[in-house]
Design a protein around this ligand. Structure first.
Ligand SMILES: NC(=O)c1ccc[n+]([C@@H]2O[C@H](COP(=O)([O-])OP(=O)(O)OC[C@H]3O[C@@H](n4cnc5c(N)ncnc54)[C@H](OP(=O)(O)O)[C@@H]3O)[C@@H](O)[C@H]2O)c1
Length: 131
């Protein structure tokens, strides 16, 4: 059994960068993942295989969000984690920027292991979490 077997995840902006790394990490560990983006060419270039479903969608407007919700209801039925990643940003130089794979690991932890997110278990004194 893999770490995220049976989990249903949506990653917005999952066609490149941190979103793509997160989608691949979670799918590689068993989750069923929908990755979104506005540009079909970006989603195609990501080379998403059968483990990640690419869905062209713009989450920057309400109709797009509603369309995605419908797609998730049809495809998954339920949703375990929503990675709200899609955005654009600018950078202020500060040491080293996080690599996509580093951010992806933090996202996976926050989505599933961090118990304030799942509410499944509250570890104390640094105890291990269990999903
Ligand atoms: N990289 C860092 O160190 C860093 C630091 C702080 C915060 N962040 C934040 O982390 C997130 C990802 O960063 P990144 O560096 O991985 O960015 P990226 O490589 O530019 O990826 C962003 C992805 O989001 C998609 N996207 C943008 N707007 C969208 C929308 N309205 N609906 C759906 N998809 C959308 C883009 O594809 P399309 O254009 O085709 O839609 C693109 O694939 C961003 O929110 C960024 O602000 C990153």
């Amino acid at each position: 059994m893999s770490r995220y077997d049976g989990k249903h995840v949506v990653v917005t902006g999952g066609g490149s960068g941190i979103g793509l790394a997160t989608a691949r990490l979670l799918a590689g560990a068993g989750a069923r993942v929908i990755s979104t983006g506005r540009t079909q060419a970006t989603l195609d270039a990501a080379g998403l295989d059968g483990t990640v479903t690419a869905v062209r969608n713009d989450s920057g407007w309400m109709a797009g969000v509603e369309a995605l919700a419908g797609r998730v209801a049809d495809g998954f039925g339920t949703l375990d984690a929503l990675v709200v990643n899609a955005a654009i940003g600018g950078f202020v130089p500060f040491g080293r920027l996080g690599r996509p794979d580093e951010a992806a690991r933090a996202i996976a932890f926050l989505a599933f292991d961090a118990t304030f997110t799942t509410g499944a278990e509250l570890p104390v004194d640094g105890g291990l979490s269990q999903l």
